[in-house]
Design a protein around this ligand. Structure first.
Ligand SMILES: O=P(O)(O)OC[C@H]1O[C@H](OP(=O)(O)OP(=O)(O)O)[C@H](O)[C@@H]1O
Ligand SMILES: Nc1nc2[nH]cnc2c(=O)[nH]1
Length: 181
């Protein structure tokens, strides 16, 4: 059941067209990094990355496997609990494999810092991270993704997989939440 929220509107921040263009360019860079590998596992962090990973893997001209991990720290609100929990583990093994972790947004950094540590302990051959959005002004732990789609200011954003109270994940663009009362 969605939580109760004060009334708000969503102002578009990044269009679907800009996202698609940026993903094309990121996919080229990732293709160069992983050229020649036949053991790449692309790991999407549920739930927020499900749209991004779907578009990204379709731009990758590489043999890839896709797996998912669910980590959660925000619940239905607007602030991180800072306590990252792994709610669903990978289906496959990553020892000795190349791994690309796909995230929707880096904010405090707790989620990706925790998840990369968790995955590195399984001894992948190489682990890289990509996030569509980065809010460096909000960082609380030292974490830098290998690729970032867009750096954004400290605004609460939704759309393209990202929710507010589990809604708005289906918007094709990134928008910022503006409360009207
Ligand atoms: O850098 P951080 O401050 O840790 O924040 C980033 C994380 O917060 C959101 O996840 P959320 O816990 O809301 O789960 P969801 O992906 O299922 O929406 C988002 O999808 C990132 O995973
Ligand atoms: N929905 C949403 N979740 C987040 N988690 C971390 N930052 C954000 C954000 O701006 N919007």
């Amino acid at each position: 059941m969605p939580a109760d929220h004060p009334p708000y509107v969503i102002d578009q921040m990044i269009s679907a067209k800009s996202i698609a263009a940026r993903i094309e360019s990121l996919a080229r860079e990732i293709g160069t990094e992983f050229a020649g590998t036949d053991k790449l596992v692309v790991v999407g962090l549920l739930r927020g990355s499900f749209v991004f990973i779907a578009d990204l893997v379709r731009e990758l001209d590489l043999p890839v496997e896709v797996d998912f991990l669910e980590a959660s720290s925000y619940g239905d609100g607007m602030d991180s609990s800072r306590e990252v929990r792994i709610l669903k583990d990978l289906r496959g093994q990553i020892e000795g494999r190349d791994v690309l972790v796909v995230e929707d947004i880096v904010d405090t950094g707790h989620t990706l810092a925790h998840v990369t540590k968790f995955l590195v302990s399984r001894n992948p051959a190489r682990l890289r991270t990509i996030a569509l959005l980065d809010k460096p002004a909000r960082r609380e732990v030292d974490f830098k993704a290998d690729w970032i789609g867009f750096e954004i200011p400290d605004e609460f954003v939704v759309g393209y997989g990202i929710d507010y109270g589990q809604r708005n994940r289906n918007l094709p663009y990134i928008g910022k939440v503006r409360f009207t009362q």
